[in-house]
Design a protein around this ligand. Structure first.
Ligand SMILES: [Zn+2]
Length: 368
């Protein structure tokens, strides 16, 4: 099998980078549609909305779900306006919808994330849902976004829970890439992992440990500091390249399992993925030292340590078994952890990760 890695065309992160959007659009085409959520729309500079600029940039409000219905609306708008560039501005669902719609239209896509809660902006795959939010499928694009433009003055305004959830998604990157390399499993690019994928995934983890807490504090205080810059890059760029080129394993499989129970729907993707990391560590027999490091990190930034913190009761045996079966189904990325992963093993890991978390919380930071 080939070693394969995918990357976005350009990644730009800094203060007021939104002001570069118009020049970037011009590099790729002459008529752009900006697909923006209601919140993201407020970040678009007023001058872009005035004539004569408004003739070359048209705003299309996102409908709220990355569904086939919404994708059709965006496609119709691209045709009607004869747009040759699409800009996706907002959270994960807008980003995904823009990536798919641009791929179908055969035009470049520029991504302007307004929150750092997932690693969707840099990748070349996206998830579609039914209009009422049920997972449908993963859609792989021909290429990754042409540009990912990160404006720190927008990012710092987002509630810190988004940043923390993004750290949860980023936390999985190293552990899943490591498992894929150890088991020679296929990554999200359809090949084996490269050194670049592995090392960027590890760098992502190191940055989380070093700057996670400080970045959360900066975000809470509205300060664009060094730590926030490091963590935004880890959440969006390093985690994005890391998961796609390193591969997925237990954490995302357990996330998918958790989504089976409606009680978990109030929690963000990255929060559930973080719990998946903890359960995954118990599947692959991590050392006490590693467990304490990861549980300690989760505790320090406010990621979940127990099932209760992702909306699942540890006494709901039937529910836990449903999660375990979904996580361990055929084709699940959990099998990238190695052979012999069964629903029973996942069930045990869910219980063990929860009791380790409780013990950890009760003993002030060490269960080993
Ligand atoms: Zn993820």
């Amino acid at each position: 099998m080939n070693r394969v890695a995918f990357f976005p065309g350009k990644y730009i992160q800094g203060r007021r980078t939104i002001l570069q959007l118009q020049d970037l659009i011009r590099q790729y085409g002459s008529k752009a549609i900006v697909l923006a959520s209601a919140t993201a729309r407020t970040y678009i500079p007023e001058k872009y909305l005035q004539p004569p600029l408004s003739g070359s940039i048209c705003i299309h409000q996102f409908g709220g779900e990355c569904s086939e219905e919404e994708l059709q609306r965006v496609s119709d708008c691209i045709l009607k306006e004869r747009a040759d560039v699409l800009v996706g501005m907002g959270g994960g669902k807008v980003v995904d919808a823009a990536k798919i719609a641009a791929d179908r239209a055969g035009i470049p896509v520029l991504i302007v994330p307004t929150i750092a809660s997932t690693d969707a902006p840099c990748s070349g795959c996206a998830v579609t849902y039914s209009p009422d939010g049920v997972f449908e499928r993963v859609y792989y694009q021909r290429s990754n976004p042409a540009v990912v433009l990160v404006d720190m003055d927008i990012m710092v305004q987002a509630p810190h829970r988004f940043l923390v959830a993004g750290m949860g998604d980023a936390l999985a990157t190293w552990f899943e890439a490591r498992s894929c390399a150890a088991s020679s499993s296929v990554n999200e690019c359809g090949g084996l992992s490269t050194n670049a994928g592995q090392h960027l995934a590890r760098l992502c983890y190191d940055i989380l440990l070093k700057y996670g807490v400080q970045a959360k504090l900066e975000n809470e205080k509205g300060v664009v500091g060094e730590a926030l810059n490091h963590i935004i890059e880890a959440n969006i760029l390093l985690s994005g390249i890391g998961f796609e080129s390193g591969g997925l394993a237990a954490a995302h499989a357990i996330h998918n399992g958790l989504t089976i129970l409606p009680g978990t729907h109030a929690f963000y993707h990255g929060e559930k993925v973080a719990y998946g990391v903890l359960a995954g560590l118990h599947i692959n027999g991590s050392s006490d030292e590693e467990l304490n490091e990861v549980y300690g990190f989760c505790r320090s930034v406010g990621l979940p340590l127990t099932l209760e913190e992702v909306g699942v009761s540890v006494n709901d045996k039937e529910g836990l078994m449903k999660i375990a079966h979904k996580s361990a189904e055929d084709g699940s990325s959990i099998h990238h952890e190695g052979p012999g992963i069964t629903a029973e093993k996942v069930y045990d890991a869910l219980i063990k990760s929860d009791s380790y978390g409780r013990h950890f919380l009760n003993n002030g930071g060490s269960a080993g």
